[in-house]
Design a protein around this ligand. Structure first.
Ligand code: BG6
Length: 507
């Protein structure tokens, strides 16, 4: 493979302290600690670096180190066994117990941070990672400002990383933005969406804009429609408390699917700079044709998984899951058609669907080109149209379906798949999304984070859909392990198309 061209900031960030609010929680254990450990082992974190866990539980430094030890043993790709890097990593870790909205406790944290930075002889650079219940985000930001831990930088700097959900509707998202922006400047706020850290999501722009063949075709003249599927095999997995209040529209569509859609549809940015890219994404969101609340019930398919079977095992229905109300109307599946009213996409439907307890785990963007003209080989309109699949996960890669002549003396034509798989091509593991995002936040690069106006534009589109659907009677059910309700097929088939995914061989 020839030499790579670097497209974003690289290298090790300068010294800093990472403070994890919600340090005893599930995300810290499953995602943050393993990601930090991998970065540390690969020499991507500075030598003068510390992690401070902050939570309400009485853990103490040793208790938190034990939690970290377990998290690495259970969730890290490489555990490092007892090697030097694991020992050194553990020595970077401290714990501070406290409440999230109590000024005295946050002041104690400030004192501890000062002691740590003097001990390490580093500037007061702080990355505050807010992995707490959503209602704690605003109070923490306010308390940090009150004790002057919100210094804008550049030297020293302090930044906030905010986990989703960011608000539960447009009004609450706007309120949260306002509160955060009273204490922190926009460039200090990193609203995280882990989809943006996925390798293939980042590759979307490279594919589109570093290859001259695609851009001329990337419009309503050559593209018939676009499909975005995010299917999970998992069910609600013990998160009913959160999920019952969210549902697929808030949990997946407002954030992950809106990012995939805007990256696939945006105009080329004027520069590879965070704001230039995000400006174009926001324009797409603002060009989405509103689905008024009164139309949502007819245009949007929502459903719940019922009892069924997955991989030969029987699976419970959503209503039978622990913590789910027996008359819950929270959707675990949603499918709908989005239209982008701008010059590039006028008339091109974007069909989106996402669901839990589907037969396979797959996230894919399918670009379906128009059919060849109905002359010559396609005189009877029988040839399948070309189709470009951008496989976000798993088996990350890109595949293009073309028509080829089958060898022989007849004139038989059949579809052929040109298939690029990351694992085959690069023989190198893909980083976890959190590794990429933590590193970018430490470097101060906001490109892969959601800007205030972006989060609001996504809510402005999704909120009326939620308002139009919520609490409107029981939902259709689909058997666990199936592709959703019949209505989701009808949504696309009634328009002469069908849901399609590329069948890729396992790498
Ligand atoms: C999270 C949602 O943001 O994304 C989960 O809260 C969902 O419900 C998850 O399962 C999907 O992420 P991934 O990376 O497995 O596609």
């Amino acid at each position: 493979m020839s030499e790579a061209i670097q497209i974003t900031a690289t290298g090790t960030p300068g010294p800093f302290v990472l403070v994890i609010f919600g340090a005893s929680g599930d995300l810290t254990r499953r995602k943050l600690i393993p990601a930090l450990f991998h970065l540390y082992r690969e020499g991507l974190l500075p030598e003068n670096f510390a992690i401070v866990g902050y939570a309400r539980s009485e853990l103490g430094d040793e208790g938190f180190r034990e939690l970290i030890y377990q998290s690495i043993a259970e969730h890290a790709r490489e555990t490092g066994d007892e090697d030097e890097s694991r020992r050194r990593f553990n020595s970077t870790v401290r714990y501070q117990q406290g409440r999230y909205d109590d000024e005295r406790d946050i002041r104690r944290l400030a004192g501890r941070l000062q002691a740590i930075t003097s001990e390490l002889n580093i500037p007061a650079n702080y990355l505050f990672y807010l992995s707490t219940p959503p209602e704690m985000i605003a109070p923490i930001a306010e308390q940090l400002a009150r004790v002057q831990l919100n210094h804008r930088g550049p030297n020293p700097w302090s930044r906030l990383v905010v986990e989703k959900p960011f608000g539960r509707d447009l009004t609450s998202a706007k309120e949260l933005n306002q509160i955060l922006q009273q204490s922190f400047a926009e460039e200090q706020i990193f609203r995280i969406d882990h989809y943006l850290g996925k390798e293939t999501v980042q590759n979307l722009l490279v594919l589109r804009l570093a290859n001259s063949v695609f851009e001329p075709l990337w419009n309503n003249r050559y593209i018939d429609h676009v499909q975005i599927t995010a299917a999970e095999t998992l069910g609600v997995e013990g998160r009913a408390g959160y999920y019952e209040q969210a549902g697929a529209l808030r949990d997946m569509v407002q954030n992950h699917l809106m990012h995939l859609l805007s990256l696939a549809a945006m105009e080329p940015p004027v520069a590879l700079m965070a704001d230039a890219i995000r400006d174009e994404k926001v324009k797409v969101l603002r060009s989405l044709r509103p689905i008024p609340a009164r139309c949502a019930m007819n245009g949007v398919v929502r459903a719940q998984y019922g009892p069924g079977e997955q991989k030969g095992q029987s699976a419970k229905g959503y209503l039978q899951e622990d913590g789910v109300a027996t008359d819950s109307t929270t959707e675990t599946f949603v499918a709908f058609k989005a239209m982008i009213d701008n010059w590039r996409w006028a008339g091109v439907p974007f069909y989106l669907r996402t669901g839990k307890r589907m037969p396979v785990r797959i996230t894919e963007i399918g670009i379906h080109f128009r059919s060849a003209p109905q002359v010559l080989f396609n005189a009877k309109g029988e040839l399948p149209a070309n189709f470009l699949a951008i496989r976000i996960q798993p088996n990350e890669g890109i595949a293009m379906q073309l028509q080829v002549k089958r060898p022989g003396l007849t004139q038989a034509i059949e579809p052929f798949l040109m298939d690029f798989g990351y694992a085959d091509a690069f023989k190198q593991r893909l980083s976890d999304a959190y590794e990429r995002l933590l590193l970018d936040a430490a470097r101060g690069d906001t490109t892969l984070f959601t800007r205030a106006d972006e989060v609001e534009a996504a809510w402005a589109y999704v909120d009326p859909i939620i308002q139009g659907c919520e609490g409107k009677g029981t939902l259709p059910q689909y058997p666990a392990g199936s592709w959703g309700p019949r209505e989701a097929d009808a949504l696309i088939e009634d328009e002469g198309r069908r849901w399609q995914l590329i069948k890729r061989k396992k790498q």
